[in-house]
Write a protein that binds this ligand. Structure first.
Ligand SMILES: *Cc1c(COP(=O)(O)O)cnc(C)c1O
Length: 241
């Protein structure tokens, strides 16, 4: 059940859940001799603000991600963002950029030039350079957001002209798979694109972050080179909506 109330039991569960995820991450890094820091981003859709504040301010989760503009705005004033980075991880409609441009530290879901235009314009208005990740549709699924893997290089090239956008890396949401191992090929391909673009010479494009892996897939994602895992249900329990 989704956690709706912050009582002593809830706190204990949250603590245990976060500890379990952290220790799994550590275990994989040790086994695979991965030395970089993996960022644990808590995906907080449907989670009330006081629960989010508990995991950030009491359990030390440093990064949180919302995926709906409306929900982010409803919670925003109640969030304690001291030492916390707020990410936008869901599909972003162009007409909603203006509501979040001043509130989020990174947008994970840039996948069109139209959206880039709007982010650039709105960021310029408030004197901000917006950090973004380019979303890759690693499963090449129709009706799903993200740039197809083969189109990433030309997309990055087009982003060079936006002065108020800084590309910090790539993000992917893999297709839903039954077996954990099935995720590997999507993460492998996304990592390959990440590596291929490390050396590009665009002034506003860096490959610092690779955001991939969720509750069902983060172990495999880390093995395949992820640096940010976005975890919802393993921390907050499963969602019924
Ligand atoms: C909900 C969500 C997650 C986390 O999903 P879980 O399977 O609950 O860990 C990660 N990324 C995005 C974009 C999401 O919307």
């Amino acid at each position: 059940m989704t956690i709706q109330e912050l009582n002593a039991d809830t706190k204990e569960i949250l603590k245990t859940n976060v500890e379990n995820v952290r220790s799994n991450i550590q275990k994989i890094c040790k086994e695979k001799q991965i030395e970089k820091n993996i960022t644990l981003l808590a995906a907080t859709k449907t989670v009330p603000a006081d629960v989010i504040n508990y995991v950030t301010q009491q359990i030390g989760v440093t990064d949180i991600g919302e995926n709906k503009v409306q929900e982010l705005l409803e919670k925003y004033d109640k969030l304690d963002l001291t030492n916390v980075k707020l990410h936008f991880i869901g599909k972003l409609q162009t007409n909603k950029v203006k509501y979040i441009i001043d509130k989020v530290d990174m947008i994970h879901s840039l996948d069109s030039i139209k959206l880039a235009n709007e982010i650039d314009k709105r960021a310029k208005n408030i004197g901000k350079v917006m950090d973004v990740l380019v979303e890759v549709n690693s499963g090449r699924e129709e009706n799903k957001s993200g740039v197809f893997p083969e189109d990433v290089p030309s997309f990055l090239k087009e982003l060079e002209k936006f002065e108020n956008i800084c590309v910090k890396g790539l993000m992917t949401i893999a297709p839903v798979c039954v077996e954990k191992e099935e995720y590997r090929k999507y993460f492998k391909e996304t990592y390959a694109i990440f590596i291929d673009n490390l050396q590009n010479k665009y002034h506003n494009i860096y490959m610092d972050f690779l955001s991939m892996g969720m509750t069902d897939s983060y172990e495999v994602a880390i093995e395949e080179g992820s640096g940010i895992v976005r975890i919802g249900s393993a921390i907050f329990g499963s969602r019924y909506n």
